[in-house]
Design a binder for this molecule. Structure first.
Ligand SMILES: [Zn+2]
Length: 537
């Protein structure tokens, strides 16, 4: 063997190593010349970003990132556009808007809703065109929900079709006999734990409240496979146009098996987190219904966490408050679950790895839950559980209670459309984690407008940067995924949105008109508006 060949052979492994290193450092996609907001407080803005496979390879200056390009790299010239991490819709009820059966709609909105005459007239018209057993539905307000003459009227005009009239805010419904029977319920049923029935004067179930609605929901939403799939897919497309790349699904309307079927078949382009929502009977919660064997359903769909509605809302006056609803009155609202069941729910949160989420809208409910939590474990233990309070709708929370929220590591999951009176900036400044639970949205920019400009106390408006961080990084933390997504940083999943306008500088009123012009999930472009975005190899 001559010497030079020997030395060349010696170099081979080194050259091979160099080659592998170059491949590892080569980008599949580069986004450059942009205003990229990372949600990563170490480096909030960068010019460029490189993606390899489904993850972010690097972020930095145009010059640094361009070094990672190869002839095969797909280069996207952002032309100054703003990029954000994909928004995380931390609280939604997917499928809720799916076209199931036939329904009446109306455009003029007021909380009390349509009159009895208008509702019955609409139902009669729908009955005349309905197929046998087809579900008939519509949205109602407070007037019909509390009208106990509805059951008899509905049974009379719709004897052969299940009818469900859903309160527009979700916490109650009016049904006919056919809907009850189809859902496996009967007039002789006792009130289930977590909800109750409002009966007609002859003892028939007229209205179904709170968690007692779940059997009707799962039957109604499970009745139309095609309608569900279509509804899920079209909502997903609308969410991609809003730059939403993750949805945390509160499973009020699907049982576990239904979730498995619909989310496997719908093949939605986003990451979906399915959150358990057990129904109950008079003898207790049906936890077996949500006996989750595997946490990962598909690449994009996982199951974790559990949600309970601990009280109602101020709309039907069931959220439980320290002050009576009418000055000098005796009605303060109520808890949906007895205190011993709430205690049991909290104990389960401590002994399992299932993250607990509680809908709480009353300040008295909040005080009770805080005191139970403190009795059961200390702050250090609770902090690891990241218990979530959905809606952050308790503006009259005391200073001592705010301290308890901090000590227990509770996540205040603020819903912009419900509670502009909440002191969100003060909570954040005290070190409390404030995330965003939109409760149904395709437009995160509207939420951002509200929390940055429309808080009742203007001092409580947060900055747009804080709002985006809450909607991305904090919401990922709220599902124990902050090490995988929510920031645009090296090693994180490549979920992002390129925006039609610079949401950090445009006038406030223009925020809701923002759209994503390119949405990416898992390193793949899943939505692109060709008018606004040109990508070229
Ligand atoms: Zn909700």
């Amino acid at each position: 063997m001559n010497c030079s060949l020997f030395f060349r052979l010696l170099q081979l492994p080194f050259l091979l190593f160099l080659h592998i290193a170059t491949i590892a450092q080569s980008a599949d996609i580069i986004l450059a010349n942009g205003k990229i907001f990372t949600s990563d407080t170490n480096q909030l803005y960068v010019e460029a970003l490189a993606i390899k496979g489904n993850k972010i390879l690097a972020v930095g200056s145009n010059a640094a990132i361009n070094k990672l390009a190869t002839p095969k790299t797909n280069r996207i010239d952002l032309q100054g556009k703003t990029v954000v991490p994909g928004f995380n819709d931390a609280h939604d009820h997917l499928g809720w808007l799916s076209p199931i059966g036939i329904r009446f709609t109306y455009s003029e909105f007021n909380p009390s809703g349509l009159s009895k005459a208008a509702v019955l007239d609409s139902i009669a018209r729908l009955v005349s065109i309905a197929k046998p057993n087809q579900w008939i539905s519509g949205s109602i307000g407070t007037t019909i929900l509390h009208d106990t003459s509805m059951r008899a009227a509905l049974d009379r005009i719709a004897p052969n079709n299940p009818v469900v009239l859903q309160a527009w805010w979700g916490h109650g419904q009016v049904v006919n006999k056919k809907a009850l029977v189809t859902s496996g319920l009967s007039d002789s049923d006792k009130d289930p734990v977590g909800g109750w029935y409002i009966r007609s004067d002859i003892g028939k179930i007229n209205s179904i409240m709170e968690n007692a609605q779940v059997p009707v929901w799962t039957t109604y939403f499970g009745s139309d496979y095609d309608g569900q799939i279509k509804g899920l897919q079209s909502y997903a497309q609308a969410q991609l146009r809003g730059g939403l790349t993750t949805v945390q699904q509160m499973s009020s309307n699907y049982k576990l098996e239904q979730s498995n079927r619909f989310f496997t078949d719908a093949k939605l382009p986003q990451r979906i987190r399915i959150i358990a929502w057990p129904r109950s009977t008079s003898s207790g919660r049906k936890l077996k219904d949500w006996d989750v064997k595997t946490n990962r359903l598909t690449t994009f769909v996982s199951i974790s966490g559990i949600k309970y509605m601990i009280d109602g809302t101020p709309i039907e006056q069931n959220s439980m408050n320290k002050q009576s609803y009418k000055p000098g009155g005796t009605w303060y609202g109520r808890l949906n679950y007895p205190v011993d069941t709430i205690t049991q729910i909290l104990k389960e949160a401590l002994t399992s790895n299932r993250q607990l989420m509680m809908h709480i809208t009353g300040d008295s409910t909040m005080a009770i839950v805080l005191s139970l939590m403190k009795q059961l474990a200390n702050g250090a233990v609770w902090q690891t559980k990241r218990v979530r309070i959905e809606h952050n709708s308790t503006p009259y929370i005391t200073t001592a209670e705010v301290t308890a929220v901090k000590e227990l590591g509770l996540l205040m999951m603020h819903t912009p459309k419900y509670c502009q009176t909440s002191p969100i900036r003060s909570l954040m400044e005290k070190g409390i984690t404030v995330g965003i639970s939109p409760d149904g949205t395709t437009n995160p920019f509207w939420d951002i407008m509200v929390i940055t400009s429309q808080q009742t106390n203007p001092n409580e408006n947060i900055t747009r940067e804080q709002a985006v961080i809450a909607y991305t990084k904090t919401n990922a933390y709220a599902e124990f995924k902050e090490k995988e997504k929510g920031t645009l940083a090296k090693g994180m999943l490549a979920d992002l949105a390129v925006l039609s306008q610079d949401i950090f500088t445009i006038p406030t009123k223009q925020l809701p008109a923002t759209q994503s012009v390119l949405t990416m999930v898992d390193g793949k472009i899943v939505y692109q508006n060709p008018q606004n975005m040109n990508t070229k190899k």
